[in-house]
Design a protein around this ligand. Structure first.
Ligand code: PEP
Ligand code: MG
Length: 321
């Protein structure tokens, strides 16, 4: 029985009508990448690089970063690994990236915004990604993108990093953005022009759509990713791209087996979950068809509240037993 369980965990998640949904893992270290591989993750949909080097007092060197990225890629080979560039600010201070006091840090200098005036540390990181990508299957994405100018900043930094390596951009290095700000969701067709993929950060997207700070107990009842307004935005992003680019969801809702099918029904092609939930998410995705999940998504969008959506998902989970 143990052997059967192992095989199932490493099998892909294929719906009953034959649609394969890659289930990748969110990782913060080489150790969690190895755990993810053991759990059957098909690569990594989000490396939180600010956590990977969060203990460092000084910025890690290009060589140090390239080694860490290569080790994570080796742990998950042959699957792809998605590196998110420094997502600093808000809830994620980094000792080596200067920040100033802000009255509303979540509306402040977060993610790629931190590099508008000095992009050195972003270029260093992208150089490390390019160097590691010469031998490993890596892709990069930019966090907290709000405007097309943010995308251009990321792409210019990448060009500069490529020039520093003295070799062409690695052929397999795909480039994407996180969609976690409502403006980016509304304008995703424009923002994603020329890119290879987008990944919906539903933790931040929920906080910004619902104007309710993530992690705050007081506004917990408002900060629910199952609110139909958030689900609507996820579907709108998928519809706007209409299969032209693959859409992944890497926020914590993607790690909830009850919610995974709903996200696929809304149009997500891939999910990225905590290593511990990968196997359960895959198992649940195998239980239904794409048509089932689309019907579920329609039903959820017809609900009046997150509470109703949750009741709908729970009723389905019971009937799947
Ligand atoms: C998100 O915002 O959903 C996300 C995946 O990124 P983080 O939780 O690291 O902000
Ligand atoms: Mg985020």
């Amino acid at each position: 029985a143990r052997r059967r369980a192992m095989v199932a965990a490493h099998d892909p998640a294929v719906t009953t009508d034959g649609v394969a949904v890659p289930v990748r893992a969110n990782v913060t270290s080489v150790g969690t990448a190895r755990l993810a591989a053991e759990a059957g993750a098909e690569g990594c949909g989000l490396v939180r690089t600010e956590a990977l080097f969060g203990q460092h007092r000084q910025a890690p060197t290009v060589a140090e970063q390239a080694r860490a990225f290569a080790s994570i890629a080796e742990a998950l080979a042959p699957h792809p690994v998605t590196l998110r560039t420094w997502d600093v600010g808000g809830d994620k201070p980094l000792p080596f990236i200067p920040s100033r006091e802000e009255a509303n840090p979540f509306l402040g200098v977060r993610g790629i915004r931190a590099f508008r005036t000095d992009r050195t540390l972003l270029v260093d990181q992208l150089e490390a990604a390019c160097r590691a990508a010469q031998e490993h299957r890596l892709q990069v994405m930019f966090p907290m993108v709000t405007t097309r100018e943010d995308v251009e900043l990321g792409l210019e930094a990448l060009d500069e990093a490529v020039r520093r390596t003295g070799t062409p951009r690695p052929a397999g290095l795909r480039v994407g953005i996180m969609v976690e700000v409502p403006a980016a969701a509304l304008r995703v067709g424009d923002l994603a022009r020329g890119l290879d993929f987008v990944s919906i950060g539903s933790n931040d997207l929920s906080q910004y759509v619902l104007a309710a700070e993530r992690g705050s107990a007081a506004v917990g009842p408002w900060a629910d990713p199952l609110e139909p307004a958030v689900l609507q935005m996820v579907r709108d992003v998928c519809q706007a791209l209409d299969g032209s680019l693959s859409v992944s969801v890497c926020g914590s809702m993607a790690a909830d087996p009850d919610v995974a099918g709903l996200l696929v029904g809304l149009g997500a092609a891939e999910l990225s979950a905590s290593p511990a939930s990968v196997a359960a998410v895959k198992e649940r995705l195998r239980a239904g068809s794409l048509a089932d999940y689309r019907a579920l998504a329609d039903a959820a969008l017809g609900c009046g509240s997150a509470r109703e959506v949750r009741a709908l998902l729970e009723a389905r989970a019971v009937s799947a037993l």
